[in-house]
Design a protein around this ligand. Structure first.
Ligand code: SF4
Ligand code: SF4
Length: 471
C-alpha cells in the first residue's frame, strides 16, 4: 500500500524518554502539589509533570482525585454529554490480536448494514432520545471515504417524530488527506482515531506487519492528515491493557501536546477504553488494568489536559462509570448496543452476542435509566450540539477561549436539550426529576436578558410547539 504521510510528519513519541520518566520519577509530594496547583490554574501539564503525578503513592493519589473533581467542576460544571455508538460494518482487513472483528476470526458474522437497516437503527436511536452518534467502521475497501461520507448523509436525513440526529462523529481507519476531505464534506463532528498503544514494539506485536494497521506511523500521523484535510475536531485514544498503562497515559499526553503544538488545536476528546472480552481474542492478562489504576488514569488525564473532553464508554460497568464521573469525565454513551444491527434486532437487553460484536459491554442499561442516575447524582445530562450547528466550529476552543462561554451557552443548552428529552422520551419519574433540576438551574441564571430568553425557549419546548431552540 502506498502511504503518504502529512507534510512534516514525525514520530513524536519519545519512547526512551517516557520509559526513563516512569522508571526514575520518585514520589515527590511537594512537586506533586505544585503540579496540581498549576493544573487547577487550567494550564496543560508537560509529559514530565504528568509522570510525576503517576508516581504518586496512595495518599497523594487521593489529593489528585480531589483536584480532578475540583477541576472538572470549575471547567465543565456538572454537565455530562450523552451519545450512542452505531457499528455500520465489521468487515476488516486487519488482524488486531484483541479484536473479534479481526480477519482471522472465522466465527465472526460479517455484515454491513444496508441503507434500509441504517435508517432503522437511526430511527430507533432517535426514538430513545439520542441526538449525537458515533459511527464505527472496520477497515476495509468497502468502507472507503465515499462510503463513510454517504453513510453520514443518510444518518442526518432520518427524521422521526420530533427528533433527528444533530451531530455525527466518526471512528474509522486513518485516511489520506484527500479522503479526509471527502468525509469532512459530509458534515461530521469529531474524527476519532485510537492509537491503541503508543508503545511501538507492543503495537507491532498486536498488529501484524503486512496489514494496513501494522504501520505505526501511518496511524500516529492520521490526525495530522485529518487536519490537513480540513478536520479540526479530533479524538484520540489508547486501549488500556496492551502495555504499561502509565506509558499509555504519557503517550496520550504527548499526542495531545503534539497536536496543539503543530496545529494549534489540541484533541477535542480523549478515550481510554480498557480491553474487554471478545470472541477468539487474545491478550496479556498481566497487563490488565485494575479499577484503582483506571481511576488514576482518569484523574491524571483530567489534570494533564484540562481543556480536553474525557469519554468513558459503556465498556465499563455502571459502578466504575459512576465512580470516575466526578474525576473529570465529560461524555458517556448510554443505551449502547455494539452488535451490528443491535438496536433493532436484539430483544433481550441484558444479553450480548459475541459473534456479532467487537467486544463485550459492561453497562447495558437503557438511556432513561442512565439519565435517571445522572440526575440523582446531581449532573445535567446534555444532548447539546449547538456550536457545531451554528457554525461555531472548533467548539473546544470556543468553549474555553471566550469568558463565560459555559454559563452563556453550554449550561442553558444542556438544560434545553434535557427538556426536549424529558418531554419527548423520558419515563414519568425521570421527567419529574429532570424538570425539578431544570427549574432550579433556571433560577440560577444571573443575566436577566438571558434568563428571559431561556424561560421563553423552555416554555415553548414544554408546550411542544418548538424544538431545537439553542443559544
Ligand atoms: Fe479491524 Fe479495528 Fe478490529 Fe483491528 S480493532 S481488527 S482494525 S475492527
Ligand atoms: Fe458543546 Fe457548544 Fe453545546 Fe457548549 S454550547 S456543550 S461547547 S456544543
Amino acid at each position: 500500500m502506498q502511504h503518504e504521510l502529512s507534510k512534516g510528519a514525525e514520530n513524536f513519541i519519545r519512547a526512551a524518554e517516557l520509559r526513563r520518566l516512569l522508571d526514575e520519577a520518585p514520589e515527590n509530594p511537594a512537586r506533586v502539589r505544585e503540579i496540581i496547583a498549576k493544573s487547577l490554574e487550567k494550564q496543560a501539564l508537560s509529559v514530565e509533570e504528568t509522570a510525576a503525578l503517576l508516581a504518586a503513592g496512595p495518599a497523594l493519589t487521593e489529593e489528585i482525585f480531589a483536584a480532578a473533581r475540583r477541576l472538572k467542576r470549575n471547567v465543565y460544571g456538572n454537565r455530562i454529554v450523552l451519545f450512542a455508538p452505531v457499528y455500520i460494518g465489521n468487515k476488516c482487513i486487519n488482524n488486531c490480536a484483541y479484536c473479534a472483528f479481526r480477519s482471522d476470526n472465522a466465527e465472526a458474522l460479517r455484515r454491513t448494514l444496508t441503507p434500509g437497516e441504517i435508517r432503522a437503527q437511526i430511527a430507533r436511536l432517535i426514538d430513545q432520545g439520542h441526538k449525537r452518534l458515533i459511527l464505527v467502521f472496520g477497515e476495509h475497501p468497502d468502507y472507503n471515504a465515499a462510503f463513510i461520507a454517504d453513510t453520514v448523509r443518510q444518518v442526518y436525513a432520518v427524521k422521526k417524530g420530533r427528533g433527528e440526529i444533530r451531530r455525527v462523529n466518526i471512528n474509522a481507519a486513518p485516511l489520506s488527506v484527500a479522503d479526509f476531505r471527502i468525509v469532512k464534506a459530509s458534515g461530521i463532528g469529531t474524527y476519532q482515531i485510537f492509537q491503541e498503544t503508543y508503545h511501538e514494539e507492543t503495537y507491532r506485536r498486536m498488529h501484524p506487519s503486512g496489514t494496513a494497521k501494522g504501520d505505526f506511523m501511518w496511524r500516529l500521523d492520521g490526525l495530522s492528515r485529518a487536519f490537513e484535510g480540513g478536520i479540526d475536531d479530533m479524538g484520540i485514544g489508547a486501549l488500556f491493557g496492551l502495555y504499561d498503562w502509565r506509558f499509555e497515559v504519557l503517550g496520550l499526553v504527548s499526542h495531545a501536546l503534539y497536536l496543539q503544538r503543530r496545529h494549534g488545536v489540541g484533541p477535542h476528546t480523549i478515550s481510554f477504553p480498557r480491553l474487554r472480552p471478545a470472541q477468539n481474542a487474545s491478550f496479556d492478562h498481566a497487563r490488565r488494568v485494575d479499577d484503582a489504576a483506571f481511576k488514576k488514569i482518569v484523574a491524571v488525564l483530567r489534570l494533564a489536559v484540562p481543556y480536553t473532553g474525557l469519554i468513558c464508554t459503556a465498556r465499563e460497568t455502571p459502578e466504575v462509570r459512576r465512580a470516575v464521573m466526578s474525576f473529570g469525565v465529560s461524555q458517556i454513551d448510554a443505551g449502547s448496543r455494539v452488535e451490528i444491527g443491535g438496536y433493532t434486532e436484539i430483544t433481550d437487553n441484558q444479553r450480548q452476542y459475541q459473534e456479532r460484536e467487537q467486544f463485550e459491554l459492561g453497562d447495558l442499561r437503557p438511556l432513561d435509566e442512565v439519565i435517571g442516575e445522572l440526575l440523582a447524582d446531581g449532573y445535567i445530562p446534555s444532548f447539546c450540539t449547538a456550536c457545531y450547528r451554528l457554525g461555531r466550529t472548533g467548539e473546544h476552543f470556543m468553549e474555553f477561549a471566550i469568558p463565560g462561554f459555559i454559563k452563556r451557552f453550554c449550561t442553558p443548552n444542556a438544560l434545553l436539550t434535557l427538556q426536549e428529552y424529558l418531554s419527548d422520551y423520558a419515563t414519568p419519574a425521570t421527567r419529574a426529576a429532570g424538570e425539578a433540576i431544570i427549574d432550579r438551574e433556571a433560577e440560577a441564571i444571573a443575566d436577566p436578558a438571558q434568563k428571559r430568553k431561556f424561560e421563553e425557549y423552555l416554555k415553548k419546548i414544554r408546550a411542544g410547539t418548538e424544538r431545537d431552540l439553542h443559544f
